[in-house]
Design a protein. Structure first.
Length: 618
């Protein structure tokens, strides 16, 4: 009960009355009385499902559904849905608990995502309660609740599959700022067996110091690089052409080259991690050497010393290091990318003569001084897998903003979910990474095929008001052909405000607009092109209620956000600065602008000096 008392969110939010049967109170946790009878049933329990899915025409055995709206521990409203009554609405509306839902959406943002257990909609609930043995791909436009659905699905699975806590759940988000934003959702639902991280943070530790051109990033994200790394690792193995002489103490023996290379081939033909192969070869060489020494010298009855001294001998170490040298993932990747000869030779049949030179770079004086890039991390992870085997496995993996991952990054994810139990969430229209995908099949091909695959779509927008989505959706025909616009459930209270100013006044007026909006909105974002980010940050420096997303999170009334970092976040009001520069900053510029414009819960302002993209012109 102490845990419940510490939460500002209400324990109880609903009740269901079964037709001719009992009533159940629905809440965030399961609570029993002294006789072990349930007072409140956990929202994840099977008996709670009709609360979310019952509708006119399919009551799922209910006579009544009651939505209880609580604010600061006080009941502010109660609304009932009566099923099977004369004159009942059978329109098939897809909104459940409309008043409670709208009240939740109108709530001022706090800088942290809240759970949605009281207002989960039927289409969301179907995804949340899907079986564990399933790979779910979820397409959803801005504000459709993708992130919340993924997190609540993790909580549902942990509750209904207790053994899952042993393997754990991995949640991968697009940025650390995003992770700070969602950090409290799962703990508020009582779930701790979850690792929340970014794709970069699950890779081998390497200092990212460099950003490469988009064409290089695209190539490093290509799955062909996995085959290239495999070839590079295979090329590390050497050969012997003559018999191998070995010496231990005062004894000598030799191993025929054919025998030695036969051992190598035997291990190569049994696929496994490179490091394990080296250990297996060492063991087989020791066995062959023991037989050779027995036939050529008297080892004596006590051979306990033999293996240790053989392995320590210079001849044996040289033989093993020549046949199967020890190598680290970082060394493998660095050596490959810094060798023109290796790249030219090993990429034959994989990369074109125009492609492989894009990968070439300086080697650097030391391995620790290598200037790694974000896209190198997937190569390092691939190399770590080839050398050391699979990383830690999780019982379920949730990936948010999946549309921005490259195929090589999807391989990273797949290695951590060999069972195939995954929830992969994204919006192809918001793809701004090095790779773009025409459809979800192009993503699913890189994920495990060990579970049933289902593709779901969330079509209703709960965050951005209709007036904002209507304006932003004008970009879609050119930015993301084939993606249908999201339909908002509410029009919004104010129309988007578009204002042209002079170049000299753009930054100053953007701050002024944000300050004005902060008078009536709790959380305001200024979303700027990368080229304007630090100019705005310098001007705002020292202003107590203005913060930078990367330094302060979303803890201040006004937050300055570089456009690429805005994905997945939400604010009461948003000021988008210079759309033309946002479009120019990225090859996926129109999609990036679409992301920026769809962040507000209530109001959107656009300030510009350069002409607007044609789609936004009045």
């Amino acid at each position: 009960m102490t845990l419940l008392a510490d939460s500002a969110r209400p324990l109880l939010f609903g009740r269901i009355d079964e037709g001719g049967g009992p009533s159940w109170h629905i809440g965030r946790r399961h609570v029993e009385d002294a006789s072990s009878d349930p007072i409140v049933v956990d929202w994840r329990a099977p008996i709670s499902m009709p609360f979310y899915r019952a509708r006119p025409g399919d009551a799922l055995g209910l006579a009544r559904r009651r939505q209880i709206m609580v604010d600061r521990h006080s009941v502010v409203a109660v609304a009932d849905d009566l099923f099977g009554t004369t004159g009942a609405d059978v329109s098939g509306t897809r909104l459940r608990g409309g008043d409670a839902l709208l009240a939740e959406l109108e709530r001022a943002r706090t800088g942290e995502m809240l759970d949605i257990v009281a207002t989960i909609q039927a289409e969301q609930d179907e995804i949340i309660r899907a079986p564990l043995e399933r790979l779910l791909a979820v397409q959803g436009g801005p504000g459709t609740g993708k992130t919340a659905v993924g997190l609540h699905r993790a909580a549902f699975l942990l509750y209904n599959y207790p053994a899952l806590a042993q393997d754990g759940v991995l949640v991968i988000g697009p940025s650390r700022a995003f992770l700070r934003y969602i950090a409290q959702v799962l703990p508020s639902l009582g779930e701790e067996a979850v690792v929340q991280t970014t794709i970069a943070d699950i890779a081998p530790k390497a200092r990212v110091r460099h950003l490469e051109p988009m064409e290089v990033r695209q190539l490093k994200g290509d799955p062909r690089l996995a085959a290239l790394l495999r070839r590079a690792l295979d090329a590390k193995r050497g050969a012997v052409v003559g018999d191998v002489a070995l010496r231990v103490r005062f004894a000598r023996a030799s191993l025929p080259a054919e025998t030695v290379m036969g051992l190598v081939r035997l291990i190569v033909d049994r696929p496994g991690p490179y490091k394990a192969g080296r250990l297996a070869l060492r063991a087989r060489l020791v066995s062959e050497a023991r037989r050779a020494f027995r036939s050529s010298a008297r080892l004596g009855a006590d051979e306990s010393w033999f293996e240790k001294e053989l392995i320590a001998s210079e001849e044996f170490r040289s033989l093993l290091d020549n046949l199967w040298p020890s190598i680290s993932p970082m060394a493998l990747v660095r050596d490959l990318l810094s060798s023109r000869r290796q790249l030219a030779e090993l990429s034959k049949g994989l990369l074109t003569d125009d492609e492989w030179p894009l990968l070439l770079r300086d080697k650097g004086a030391r391995l620790t001084s290598t200037a790694w890039t974000t896209d190198d991390l997937a190569l390092l992870d691939e190399a770590a897998h080839l050398i050391g085997g699979r990383p830690r496995q999780y019982g379920h993996v949730v990936v948010d903003e999946a549309q921005d991952l490259t195929p090589m990054q999807f391989r990273m994810v797949a290695r951590r979910a060999s069972s195939g139990s995954m929830t992969v969430l994204g919006d192809l229209a918001q793809a701004t990474g090095p790779w773009t995908y025409a459809d979800w099949d192009e993503i699913l091909v890189h994920l495990p095929a060990t579970a049933d695959v289902h593709l779901d779509e969330l079509t209703l927008g709960y965050r951005a008001p209709g007036q904002v989505l209507d304006l932003a959706s004008r970009l879609l025909p050119r930015a993301a052909p084939g993606i249908r616009p999201t339909l908002s459930i509410r029009p919004g209270r104010t129309a988007p405000h578009i204002r042209q100013v002079t170049y000299a006044d753009l930054v100053k007026m953007s701050l002024a607009e944000a300050f004005t909006l902060s008078g009536s909105h709790s959380l305001v974002a200024i979303i700027v092109p990368v080229s304007r980010h630090w100019e705005l940050a310098r001007l705002a420096k020292g202003t107590a209620h203005v913060g930078l997303l990367e330094d302060d999170g979303m803890a201040r009334p006004v937050t300055i956000v570089a456009a690429p970092a805005a994905k997945g976040l939400e604010f009461d009001a948003v000021v988008v600065v210079e759309p033309a520069d946002i479009v120019e900053d990225s090859r996926r510029g129109l999609r990036l602008l679409y992301v920026a414009m769809t962040r507000p819960i209530h109001h959107l302002s656009i300030l510009h000096a350069a002409p607007l993209p044609l789609e936004l012109m009045p």
